[in-house]
Design a binder for this molecule. Structure first.
Ligand SMILES: *Cc1c(COP(=O)(O)O)cnc(C)c1O
Length: 402
């Protein structure tokens, strides 16, 4: 038997990726992993000694560097140090974790909440703890990668329905075996397009077909709802979602993820989910920062209103100038460019004018729908937004996107 291969497959994969990246770097079209030197207040960052206006931040309410949140993190280090004694189940649970989880549950209007060390891990572990072989999980086609990975990891039948298409979801639910456990999962706000899931119809279908509903609120916390509590508040449907997932790394300027829900659901996850049982607890500083951030959102309601006003100003301004912003209604604003090349050129020219934006290309989005995936935050001032709009218009005309 000849065991020799012409090329080693792992070697081949590594080489193919490196060639793609090197090609982009040589063509001066590589905009990822740019080191930010420091925050510069408001929505500006210092990059390579240049002050740039940030239009690619997930910090929707401008809370990174908030004095109260920084102080809470510092105090937690003084009180507890920088790590824990291990996993939550054994010696890793601090009083701080319990208080943080109570704060999240209160914010989300649920009995209880449980946290994990990232949003990505939260989706993996929650989905794979709840469903398994013989079950069916229904996932919107544009759901985040962490949801897709959680579904695959669970081993359940993975059914994808057309994006935000409730007729398709219903058709798929109808086909599932009557006896199978059913879990429907959607992003609240879709991370590439900025549109909002049709929650009223999803809830109706879940009730009709006896399915559980899990919603990922990574881009909904602080963004949707009058007080920033998220998608249920947005639709006036408090209590409609069974499993509310969110991250602590976007609007909340920390790291980690949570599931909020009924007392029994949370108890189950604390004793079943592998990321809780086999992975270390969140560090004290990050837990304290997250807890303080939820309080700040409620105590500084102007941030949520300002984000809403800025969002309107930004989206309307782009539309008036002729840009295609797809179906966004939120702070995630795609600026459609077409080809990957065009998206790269838009980025390069925007960067020259000190606008920090990033291109999203295939395979993250379909071929031909490459875009700048811009975001607007409560940290922007209206004149900064106007300046960005003018630059986008100028650059868009130069490059032929407009
Ligand atoms: C960012 C994101 C996550 C992952 O959260 P992290 O805390 O960054 O791991 C999960 N779901 C969605 C929709 C996201 O956008």
């Amino acid at each position: 038997m000849d065991l020799k291969r012409d090329t080693d497959p792992i070697e081949g994969r590594i080489r193919a990726m490196c060639e793609r990246v090197n090609g982009a770097q040589q063509a001066d079209f590589y905009y990822y992993n740019i080191p930010i030197n420091e925050l510069h207040g408001g929505a500006t960052v210092l990059v390579d000694g240049r002050e740039m206006s940030m239009f690619a931040s997930y910090s929707y309410l401008g809370l990174i560097g908030h004095p109260r949140i920084n102080a809470a993190a510092r105090k937690a280090i003084d009180d507890f140090g920088t790590g824990t004694h291990g996993v939550r189940t054994l010696a890793g649970t601090l009083k701080l974790h319990c208080e943080m989880e109570e704060t999240i549950a209160e914010f989300k209007g649920t009995d209880d909440a449980v946290t994990f060390t990232s949003g990505y891990v939260t989706n993996l572990t929650a989905i794979s703890s709840l469903v398994g072989r013989h079950d069916c999980v229904f996932s919107d086609k544009l759901n985040h990668a962490s949801i897709v990975d959680g579904c695959l990891m669970s081993g359940s039948k993975f059914v994808r329905f057309r994006h935000n298409d409730m007729d398709d979801l219903e058709a798929q639910l109808k086909e599932a075996p009557f006896k199978a456990a059913k879990l429907v999962i959607c992003d609240a706000v879709f991370s590439m397009d900025g549109d909002i899931i049709d929650l009223p119809r999803v809830v109706e279908l879940c009730r009709k077909y006896d399915a559980w509903l899990m919603i990922d609120e990574a881009h909904s916390i602080g963004v949707l709802g009058k007080t920033g509590r998220g998608i249920e508040e947005h639709f006036n449907m408090e209590g409609a979602i069974d499993i509310k997932m969110g991250t602590l790394s976007k609007t909340i300027p920390s790291v980690g993820g949570y599931i909020a829900g009924s007392a029994d659901l949370i108890k189950y996850l604390r004793h079943q989910s592998r990321a809780y049982i086999f992975s270390a607890a969140l560090p004290p500083a990050q837990a304290a920062a997250a807890m303080e951030a939820f309080r700040v959102i409620l105590e500084e309601p102007w941030r949520v209103s300002k984000l809403r006003e800025n969002t309107k100003l930004f989206i309307n301004g782009l539309k008036e100038r002729g840009f295609d912003t797809m179906k966004t209604e939120t702070a995630i604003v795609p600026l459609l460019c077409g080809t990957d090349e065009k998206a790269f050129e838009m980025t390069r020219e925007s960067h020259k004018r000190d606008l920090f934006v990033l291109p999203v290309i295939s395979p993250a989005v379909p071929v031909g729908l490459a875009r700048l995936r811009t975001t607007v935050t409560a940290g922007h001032e209206p004149d900064e937004i106007e300046r960005a709009l003018d630059i986008f218009e100028q650059v868009g005309k130069e490059i032929g996107v407009l």
